[in-house]
Each structure stands twice: as structure tokens, then as C-alpha cells.
Design a protein around this ligand. Structure first.
Ligand SMILES: [Zn+2]
Ligand SMILES: [Zn+2]
Length: 149
């Protein structure tokens, strides 16, 4: 049977060891959190770009004339972007009007990508992809997260 002194010594050693591990883990969490915040910001930018309506121009095939030098050009197939004029480099043409198609973006998600915080335990949770339904907190199971940005 070890003496109380020996036990206290052993426990003190154990506490130091666990504290060191906790510190290392904290440092790792800080690094990972930074990386996560960066990735979330990028995911957000991606989602915002996808939420913009897209406009597609389509110029029908046919004869065009450069608006600045009158150089004629024939497009045998419909094109989305008129090239520079061979003669003067202008991109303005007369001859045909493009068909303009606007593609509406998908309906925005109820909860956008970003950092959220659990209303109950305060854990920070990254939502990488916008969603209409937030999952409960991974740590305490609480249903209710606040958007941090
Ligand atoms: Zn031209
Ligand atoms: Zn929680």
C-alpha cells in the first residue's frame, strides 16, 4: 500500500501530464478552428456566386458587320461571345441581336453556410453547405444554433 505522499506525488505527475496534453489539444483546436473559418468563408463565397442569376447570350449564326470598321464576318454557328474583329479588334458588331437567357439561381437555403454557435452549450459548429434544416448540436444534441457569420 503506497503512502499518501506517494499517491499525491503520482497524482500530481498524472495531472501535469493530462494538463500538457490538454494544452496541446487546445493549440490544435485553435489551428483547426482558423483553418475551418477560412474554409467556411470560401464555401460561403462559392454559395454566393452560385446564388447569382446567370445571363447567357447567344448570337445566331449569320453575317455580322464590325460596328467600327465595317469589316464583314460570317459566323456559321451560334456563338456565346463575339470575337474581336480581325481587322480592328473591336467587339461591337451589327447584324443580329443575341438571344438572352437568364437562368434564375436556385432558391436560397434557409440557413446559409457559416459559423454557428449552439444556444445551449456554446460549441462552435461549422455549416459548410447551406441547408434548410440544421442538424442538432454535435456535442449536446440541442436543437437550436445561432448564426455567427
Ligand atoms: Zn473592325
Ligand atoms: Zn450544444
Amino acid at each position: 500500500m503506497p503512502t499518501a505522499q506517494e499517491r499525491a506525488k503520482a497524482l500530481a505527475k498524472e495531472v501535469m501530464k493530462v494538463m500538457r496534453e490538454a494544452r496541446a489539444a487546445e493549440a490544435r483546436v485553435a489551428v483547426l478552428s482558423k483553418e475551418m473559418a477560412k474554409a467556411v468563408a470560401e464555401a460561403k463565397a462559392e454559395a454566393e456566386a452560385a446564388a447569382q442569376p446567370k445571363t447567357i447570350f447567344q448570337y445566331p449564326s449569320g453575317r455580322y458587320e464590325c460596328a467600327s470598321c465595317r469589316h464583314g464576318v460570317l459566323f456559321t454557328e451560334p456563338i456565346e461571345e463575339l470575337p474581336e474583329c480581325d481587322n480592328c479588334g473591336s467587339r461591337e458588331y451589327t447584324g443580329h441581336e443575341p438571344t438572352v437567357t437568364v437562368i434564375a439561381p436556385p432558391a436560397p437555403k434557409l440557413y446559409q453556410a457559416g459559423m454557428y454557435q449552439c444556444d445551449s452549450c456554446g460549441a462552435r459548429i461549422a455549416v459548410a453547405v447551406g441547408t434548410d434544416e440544421l442538424s442538432p448540436c454535435e456535442f449536446c444534441g440541442h436543437q437550436g444554433l445561432t448564426h455567427l457569420g
